[in-house]
Every structure is written in structure tokens, then in C-alpha cells.
Design a protein around this ligand. Sequence first.
Ligand code: NAI
Ligand code: MG
Length: 354
Amino acid sequence: MKKDILLLPGDGIGPEIIDSAVAILEAIAKKFKHEFTFKQHLIGGAAIDAASTPLPTETIAAAKKVDAVLLGAVGGPKWDQNPSHLRPERGLLAIRKALDLYANLRPVKGFEHLLDASPLKPDIINGSDLLIVRELTGGLYFGEPSQRSKDGQSVVDTLTYTRYEMERIIKKAFESAQLRKQKLTSVDKANVLESSKLWREIVDQQKPFYPDVEVNHMLVDAAAMKLITEPNSFDVIVTENMFGDILSDEASVLTGSLGMLPSASLAENGIGLYEPAHGSAPDIAGQGIANPIAMILSAAMMLRYSFKMDTEASNIEQAVEATINNGYYTADLKVKTGSLVTTKEMTNNILRNI
Ligand code: NAI
Ligand code: MG
């Protein structure tokens, strides 16, 4: 198959890990006789420097023409003092909105070999395997108004959702649960927030259409606690934008590092964007030591969700697991034994296992 892929390396470690993903995809193309072509555009701080906007119109236009988008990460201290419309993170929010990427899927799977890389007890995290389905284009991060009063003494952020926006992400989560262990935990704050009350109603309304899925509701504070005390009690978690953002970073602790977590951001009928759950890691950028696995597993998700290449995706996932099982680790993984490797060496080891 022939597929066009847009690369948005972004900032910090973004370009380093995008290189790793491209190397892996080229190996997959060769092995399975596909043709992948890569185009590259600007986003984030790199785009601000070159074009004075975090998301140039050419980038959006290019994204709409390809079969899928791979994004590294955006942001860094260089742009932290910029006014909010010139912040790299704006580019990310804007591309999610422009492509209507409403569903963010974040699988969290612990590797047996990395049990001691987590600060959590091995017997708690052993076997953890869950999927966070996060709403990505609504809620607090997009609600207007979001501003400070003229006198600086008060501030407002707005949490808005339409019924339609809630329904589509909840349906997506039910469908995801059907493909996994048929267990869905809906996370909200229905004891306080009006938005969460509607969310709960919609979950209950959808339930009869998915009789094979067992559903329960959980308040977000309790869910935050259970996620690290009883991770094995979860299969699919569905939640709104900000709760999902926070819970997915928390869940990364199960895997030993944020550098292990991939994600897929999907539209209803169209393009998918694939990016690691972590940010641009400015503290280690340019040193060649970033963990490329979250990015590489994101590329595998691209093959699975956008290209329907299940075998190829599994090939990458197995190659990653084999490499980890062979004892290779990057500096972010606090394991006690094995071989410490750089970004390039990790990538080459994974390539050998493809
Ligand atoms: P971060 O995820 O970039 O880094 C948090 C910690 O994890 C750092 O110590 C970093 O070195 C480490 N880390 C993250 N990914 C790693 C990898 N692949 N390999 C090894 N270590 C890794 O989050 P932080 O520091 O809060 O934010 C840094 C910048 O990234 C900020 O400008 C922030 O706004 C931006 N950001 C961008 C995101 C995106 O592009 N999707 C998401 C989150 C933050
Ligand atoms: Mg985040």
C-alpha cells in the first residue's frame, strides 16, 4: 500500500524521536512491501521562530492532504514568556481543533521487564494493561471566556461541552471496550459539576446499546487514587479533556516512564494524528538520550488505526517488547540492571527485532 505521512517534529526532543519513528516505518515498508512517503512541516516553537505563528496555515493544509500525521512534541523555555497566542502549545490545541481530533486514545501497558523501573510496587503494577479514552477538543482547554479581569483581581476559565461532543467520545469508548476486556469506567466529577451530570446521563443512555460492556462510574479523585493502587481493576477509562490529561500522565508511572506512552488522536471520518503522551523534554533535548519508544509505539498505532495494518503494528510492538526484554533501556527508565543506550542505539536495537 502507498501512504503519505506528514511529519511535524516540533521542538525539544521532537525531531530526535521523529527520526527514530521514520527509521522504524522505513523498515516496516521494506519488510511488508509498502510505500510510505514523508512530508515535513512546522508546528510549535519552531513555527513561531520561522513564521510567527504556532500553526501555519500550510501545516493545516498539508495535514488535510495526507493519510496520517506523526507529531513529535512542542514547547520549551524559549517561548514560555510569549503572549498566549504565541505559545507553542497553542499550535497543538489548534491542530486538534482544525482536524476535529476529538478522541485521544492512550494505551498504558506495563512491560514485565520494567517492573522495577516504576516507583510503585511490582505486585501492584504487574500485568497492568488499560486504555484511557480522553475527549480532546472540548472542555476547559477550549471554553470561552478564558481571561483575567482588567484589574487583575479575578479570572475565569470556562468548561463547556455539547451533548453531541460527549456522545461521540462516549460511544468511541464503548466501542473500544468491546474490542478489549468489555469493561468501561466512566470518570467524572458528578457530585460537583453540571457538565459531569450530563456526561453520566449520556453514559447511562448509551449503555443498553453495548450490552456486552460492563460499565461503572467513578469520581475523578477516587479514580486518581485507584489508578495507582489497583491499576488492574481498569480496562477502558473514558473521561473529559482535562481529567484525561492528568490521569494519563499519572498512568505513565505504571509503565516506568512518560517516554513509554503513545497516543492516537482520531477524527470521526478522517485523519488521525499520532504523538507520544509526553512533551518536548527540554531538560534532555539535543543530548541524543531521549526514549524513542512512545514515539515508535505511536507510529504503530498509526499503522493500526489509520492504515488498518494490524500485522505491521504488532510487529513493531513485539520488536519494542523484545528489545526491552533483552535488557536495553534509556536513561529515563530507572531499572537496576541491563544496558543503558542512547536514542539511536535503542532505535537500532528495535530495528534489529523487526
Ligand atoms: P515533558 O513530558 O516534556 O517532560 C517531563 C519529564 O519527563 C522530563 O524530565 C523529561 O525529560 C522526561 N521525558 C519526557 N519524555 C521523555 C522521553 N521520551 N525520554 C526521556 N525522558 C522523557 O513535560 P514538561 O517538562 O512538563 O514540559 C516540557 C515542555 O513540553 C513544555 O513546554 C510543555 O508545555 C510541553 N508539552 C508538550 C506536549 C506535547 O507536545 N504534546 C505535552 C506536554 C507538555
Ligand atoms: Mg499532558
